[in-house]
Design a protein around this ligand. Structure first.
Ligand code: PAF
Length: 274
């Protein structure tokens, strides 16, 4: 595995590749969720590039940029074992210059839910993903459905900017008790891990309701909020179509149910695609 810290080193390393390139961008602190993206990308491509970069422009003032978990040594080992060809680990100076040209999230889809609660987050996220997709020259790039809105916006960016890469959506990976895996789960302490399960439980409750024929969004949301009572603060429960427009009735095959809630220190998100 080649570890590249600069654009020049990345370009040099890419000369050793021929054939399709799978790309998995990450912010490090790799867990089983990342590993499943990496393994899928490994299977479906001739070569595999992974990036680790904690992108400052997608953190808002007061968010956990400085405290964001960093585990470079362990991450490098994981990538080696997963047969990554190139691990790109740039510094902020490598990725950004002063007074940059910026791209922005679309005004509707980019400013509801996560975009409303974290204004500016998606601009920074799209900025870095555009750079990383260009640099990796990926054939396919892999993103988890857990960040459903991120996935939708990246797919839209690739379409709107005619970028030559296929975005591959990947299933949410959960631990044995149902908690959606996230690098921020390491912040959960004491009973918070148990209470954090209320997010996935609320989605299970919604699934059961839909399976028994309940399609009314307000009724489902009310029951979900009851289950979410174990969280410290619920930021939103939303039921939208794949375009992120609010729904009144569940549309089978075109619905995403999303939750965001604080449990202890971390703000957690989870969702369900119906
Ligand atoms: O999902 C993430 O880890 C980040 O948002 C990404 C896509 C690596 C961009 O920094």
């Amino acid at each position: 595995m080649i570890i590249a810290h600069t654009i020049e080193a990345l370009e040099e390393a890419k000369k050793t590749l021929s054939g399709s390139i799978g790309f998995v961008p990450t912010m490090g602190a790799l867990h089983q969720g990342h590993l499943s993206l990496i393994q899928q990308a490994r299977k479906e491509n001739d070569h595999l590039i992974v990036s680790i970069f904690v992108n400052p422009t997608q953190f808002l003032e007061g968010e956990d940029l400085d405290a964001y978990p960093r585990k470079d040594e362990a991450d490098i080992k994981i990538c080696e074992l997963a047969k990554v060809d190139i691990l790109f680990m740039p510094t902020v100076d490598v990725m950004y210059e002063e007074d940059e040209l910026c791209i922005g999230a679309p005004v509707r889809r980019g400013y509801v839910l996560e975009g409303e609660k974290r204004p500016g987050h998606f601009d920074g996220m799209l900025q870095i993903v555009m750079k990383l997709l260009n640099l990796s020259a990926a054939t396919r790039a892999y993103f988890g459905k857990k960040d459903a809105q991120q996935l939708a916006l990246i797919t839209q960016m690739v379409k709107n900017y005619f970028m030559d890469v296929t975005i591959v959506p990947c299933e949410i990976i959960r631990d044995e008790v149902g908690l959606a895996l996230s690098s921020r789960n390491v912040y959960l302490q004491g009973d918070e891990k148990e209470r954090a399960l209320c997010l996935s439980r609320s989605l299970k409750r919604a699934t059961k309701m839909v399976m028994t024929g309940e399609l009314d969004v307000e009724t489902i949301k009310t029951e979900m909020l009851e289950v979410l009572g174990e969280a410290d603060r619920v930021e939103y429960v939303a039921i939208v179509d794949r375009e992120f427009k609010a729904l009144e009735k569940i549309k089978i095959g075109n619905t995403i149910i999303l939750v965001a809630a604080w449990v202890g220190k971390p703000r957690l998100i989870d969702n369900l695609w119906i």
